[in-house]
Design a protein around this ligand. Structure first.
Ligand SMILES: CC(=O)[C@@H](O)[C@H](O)COP(=O)(O)O
Length: 265
């Protein structure tokens, strides 16, 4: 299977890797750097409202991001209204000199669920302003259709609430999205294990964004590598064509006749 020409295309730009990595929660900038290298990703998301760790390692953090060679995808994590998210996106554009934005408008503090109304409002405005918006959304079909109609050329439905590691909670809704929408779909948030990322890719999703499962692993770089391989394997399986599940058994070794002659006593 030729995977070289299998780029992820977002807003007309091709990315080799389908693994997008978050930059929060690592025990140190050095550990984050090792994880980025092991992930082999092309895109890193970072929060503008990120608090610098007490150790005064803020400079190291920014330097590692600059030197990673990855496209930086600022996010509006922590915003709770469309206005707040729009303002933060505008600041990110100036600070990072990029029109890319991962748009988050949180509607509920308990499960950090995106606010669909605020998200759509902010997406419309930012698309009008020329941003390349990647909205972090729920798996609601109509919301995703509206975001696409608003001009979002890629969508990021959640697998599960941020930081829960529960994997693909609503497979029916996610399959429906995949079947109904002809737009890059990236599973964002809630993945806890490489097998869950592989499953998303096998289902035909175009990429995976995650943070906690890698940053909080005992060995983040090792976990990043495991996710990278799982994402590639899942993608390759999807392209190869997975078999249909069957209800009844079907012998995988067809045989002819009887193996032995039984002589009657
Ligand atoms: C990093 C980011 O932008 C978030 O959407 C989120 O943190 C990802 O979710 P997990 O931390 O659950 O992987």
């Amino acid at each position: 299977m030729n995977t070289r020409n299998d780029a992820l295309v977002l807003y007309g730009e091709a990315f080799t890797s389908r693994f997008l990595l978050g930059t929060a929660l690592y025990p140190s900038p050095r550990v984050m750097q090792e994880a980025i290298a092991a992930a082999g990703c092309d895109m890193l998301t970072l929060g503008l409202r990120r608090q610098n760790p007490a150790g005064g390692d803020g400079d190291a953090f920014w330097q590692i991001l600059r030197e990673s060679g990855c496209r930086l995808l600022p996010n509006t994590a922590g915003c709770r209204s469309a206005r707040e998210a729009i303002t933060l996106a505008e600041m990110s554009r100036e600070l990072f000199d990029t029109p890319w934005i991962k748009l988050e408008v949180i509607g509920d503090d308990y499960n950090l669920q995106p606010d669909p109304f605020g998200l759509l409002e902010a997406a419309r405005e930012l698309i009008d302003q020329g941003f390349k918006v990647l909205p972090y959304c729920t798996d609601d079909l109509v919301l995703c259709q509206r975001l696409h109609e608003a001009g979002c050329q890629a969508l990021m439905p959640w697998g599960a609430p941020i930081g829960t590691g529960r994997g693909l909670m609503n497979r029916y809704a996610l399959r429906t999205l995949r079947e109904r929408l002809d737009v890059p779909l990236i599973i964002d948030a809630g993945l806890g294990a490489p097998s869950q990322a592989a499953e998303a890719m096998e289902m035909g999703f175009d990429g995976v964004l995650l943070n906690t499962a890698v940053a909080r692993a005992r060995r983040p770089a090792q976990m990043a590598g495991a996710f990278a391989r799982a994402i590639e394997a899942g993608r390759e399986a999807h392209r190869a064509g997975l078999m249909e599940q069957r209800q009844t058994a079907s012998p995988s070794t067809p045989t002819l006749g009887q193996p032995f002659w039984h002589s009657k006593p």
